[in-house]
Every structure is written in structure tokens, then in C-alpha cells.
Design a protein around this ligand. Structure first.
Ligand SMILES: *Cc1c(COP(=O)(O)O)cnc(C)c1O
Length: 357
């Protein structure tokens, strides 16, 4: 720490992203919930040489074409949509500007929430998940800060039903609930249907997981006109051009190519079913995931040991050294072939007499 750092940030411990190994060749990468598939061919084609040449020009700060596509696809008005540089940026705005009374979220959830609290001086209220890792809406009754709900949740993959989200919203109409729907396209229930009736709802969606554009850094928020105006005020007070030209072009096509989007997520859902079933067959404890990852605890050995053994076998998954979930690893769902390799390696690790150190 230099002597120039603002003391308010002296306790800041940054978010640790999943490893992005340099030599990816030969490694099966199932650790950061990216799609195993390329972006839509339409998206790839749209990022033409001419589009690259246009990089001399600033992108459209209004993101009009992309917002038009999202508006048509989701049936919401254009002024109810804001675009960000990944949902991490939109969530940062939420913590920075929409948490005047603090923020509330589960103990086991997206690891960036507590980091944002530290970064922006927001006081956190941590509401533990139930023993089965479920979110119990009644546990939030009386909690005052803005509620952040990753739904489906990460890293458990479990989702809260629409009724549960509704209960959270109706506990206190003056309390904002931000629903982070990074994984909703893989089988959760979107809160979108609750939007017309609930002004205290803000939904955040990303192109990183279900639209195969993690490297494009693109996301959107949907909410009331007033909330979206607030998000845009922050965006235009920080970086009006946070979504770059190429990402905007690719993102628009990714939204319009509904068939490719549906095919990819259907394949992920099927591969998830195969993976969960196979792991359960090997004696793993597996949550009921509605995301593009599986959350699984091996029998006999801890999560760390399993993670290490998989790594030796050339398979990278995510282990969280955190209370309550040290028995588990999070495994991104990839192609069928990748998942078969994972199951093969897991079988060897579990049956091969690898014992707890
Ligand atoms: C991956 C993830 C994000 C971040 O997505 P980006 O759009 O890539 O910034 C946000 N929330 C949750 C719960 C995630 O898992």
C-alpha cells in the first residue's frame, strides 16, 4: 500500500476472479462459467473488418441499436433498459448509488457483493442461507438495506421461485431489490414478470454466460424508468462509453439470433443433467442447479483435495476456501465431451483410493 492510497480503501480486498490460465491448450477449463460454445455466427459476422476500422470513432453512448433489440426481445420499453460493461459495472452502480441504507445479501453468494460494499463504503447485512443453501425470503423481513439476490444463486446454482422474489419485494415497497439474473437463462424464473407491479425491482442480466460473450463485457439492467434514469446518470458520470463498439454490435446480433441462443442453452441444460446424475451416481452430494454450473461435494475427500486432483488430471474447476462450502467445488458445464472427461477423472479420483490428507 502506498502512502497515497485513500485510507478509506486501506481495508479493500479485491475480488479474485477465477484463474485464466495462459496455456489453455490441453486444459479443460470449467472454472469461470463461460460458455463452451463460440458466440452466435451472426455476432461473429457482424464484427467485420469495417466495424473494426470504425474503432477510431467513439461508440454510441445511448447504445440505441442494442437497446432496440433488447426492447423487442423482452417486451420492455427502451427507457427501461440500461447497458453496462458487464454486470459487474451495473452492480457497482447499484452499490455505489442505490444503497443509501446499506446492502443485504446471503453469506454464500456472488463474492463481488462484499467487495463492492468495501469499495463504496456501504454497510453490509449478511443473511445466512438456510442449511440446505436455500434463500428464505422471511429472513429478510425487517432488513433495511438494498437486497441483492443472485437468482439462480452462485455458487450453489439454486433458485428462488417467483413467489419468493415477490415476497421479498412486497416486504417493503420502499426497499430496493436488485435481482442478479446472470444465470436465469439456464432454467430459473425471471423476475421480469414482476416488473409492472413493483417499482422497487431492478433486474441485471449479462451477455457473459448464456450469450457466449464473456470477453465482450456487456450487460443490461431492466427496471422502472426512474431507476434506469438513475443508473444512466451514474453511467454518464463515470464512463458514457463503457460498452465498446464491437461489443455493442456483437451483443445486438446475439440477442437477435434467438435460435442459436436457445440451442446453446438447451445443450448446457442437458449436459448439466448428465453431469449431476453421473456425479450423484459416484456418491457426490449435488445441489439442484438451474445455472450453467454444477455445485458438488465429493464423497470421502474435501473440495480442495478434489479440486487439486482434477487439476492434476488437466481439469480446472473452482474451489472456494470459505466456511460452509469447503466440501464443494463449482464445475462449469461445458460440452458433453468435456463433461465425460470430468466424470471419468472423478471416478478415478473417488474410486482410486485418494484419501483425505
Ligand atoms: C458472472 C457473474 C456476474 C458477472 O458477470 P459479468 O457480466 O461478466 O460482469 C454477475 N453476477 C453473478 C452472480 C455472476 O455469476
Amino acid at each position: 500500500m502506498s502512502r497515497f492510497l485513500d485510507r478509506r480503501l486501506s481495508g479493500l480486498t479485491p475480488y479474485v476472479p477465477g484463474e485464466q490460465p495462459k496455456g489453455i491448450e490441453g486444459l479443460i477449463k470449467l472454472n469461470t462459467n463461460e460458455s463452451p460454445f463460440p458466440p452466435s455466427p451472426e455476432a461473429v459476422a457482424a464484427v467485420s473488418e469495417a466495424a473494426v476500422k470504425d474503432l477510431r470513432l467513439y461508440p454510441d453512448p445511448e447504445c440505441s441499436a442494442l437497446i432496440g433489440a433488447i426492447s423487442e426481445e423482452y417486451g420492455v420499453a427502451r427507457d427501461q433498459i440500461a447497458i453496462g460493461n458487464g454486470s459487474d459495472e451495473l452492480l457497482a452502480f447499484c452499490f455505489h448509488g442505490l444503497c443509501p441504507e446499506g446492502a443485504a445479501f446471503p453469506d454464500i453468494t456472488y463474492g463481488f457483493y462484499p467487495v463492492f460494499c468495501e469499495m463504496f463504503g456501504v454497510s453490509p447485512t449478511v443473511v445466512p442461507l438456510r442449511d440446505d443453501f436455500s434463500v428464505a425470503p422471511e429472513d429478510y423481513a425487517g432488513v433495511r438495506g438494498t437486497v441483492f439476490l443472485a437468482n439462480p444463486n452462485a455458487p450453489t446454482g439454486m433458485f428462488l421461485s417467483l413467489d419468493g422474489v415477490k415476497e421479498l419485494l412486497e416486504q417493503d415497497p420502499d426497499r430496493l431489490v436488485v435481482v442478479d439474473e446472470a444465470y436465469v437463462d439456464f432454467g430459473g424464473e425471471s423476475a421480469l414478470a414482476l416488473l409492472p407491479e413493483h417499482e422497487n425491482l431492478l433486474i441485471v442480466r449479462t451477455f457473459s454466460k448464456s450469450r457466449q460473450l464473456a470477453g465482450g463485457r456487456l450487460a443490461f439492467a431492466i427496471g422502472s424508468r426512474e431507476l434506469i434514469a438513475d443508473v444512466n446518470t451514474m453511467k454518464f458520470s463515470f464512463n458514457p462509453y463503457s460498452a465498446n463498439r464491437l461489443a455493442l454490435i456483437a451483443g445486438e446480433q446475439a440477442i437477435r439470433d434467438v435460435k442459436y441462443f436457445d440451442d446453446c442453452r438447451a445443450e448446457i441444460i442437458e449436459n448439466r443433467r448428465y453431469t449431476e446424475e453421473s456425479l450423484r451416481g459416484l456418491g457426490f452430494t449435488v445441489t439442484d442447479s438451474r445455472a450453467n454450473f454444477v455445485f458438488a461435494a465429493p464423497p470421502k475427500i474435501g473440495g480442495r483435495r478434489y479440486y487439486e486432483e482434477l487439476r492434476k488430471a488437466g481439469i480446472l474447476v473452482r474451489y472456494f476456501d470459505k466456511d460452509r462450502i469447503r466440501g464443494y467445488v463449482r464445475i462449469t458445464v461445458g460440452t458433453r465431451k468435456q463433461m465425460e472427461a470430468l466424470i471419468g477423472a472423478s471416478e478415478k479420483i473417488i474410486m482410486g483410493g485418494v484419501s483425505e490428507k
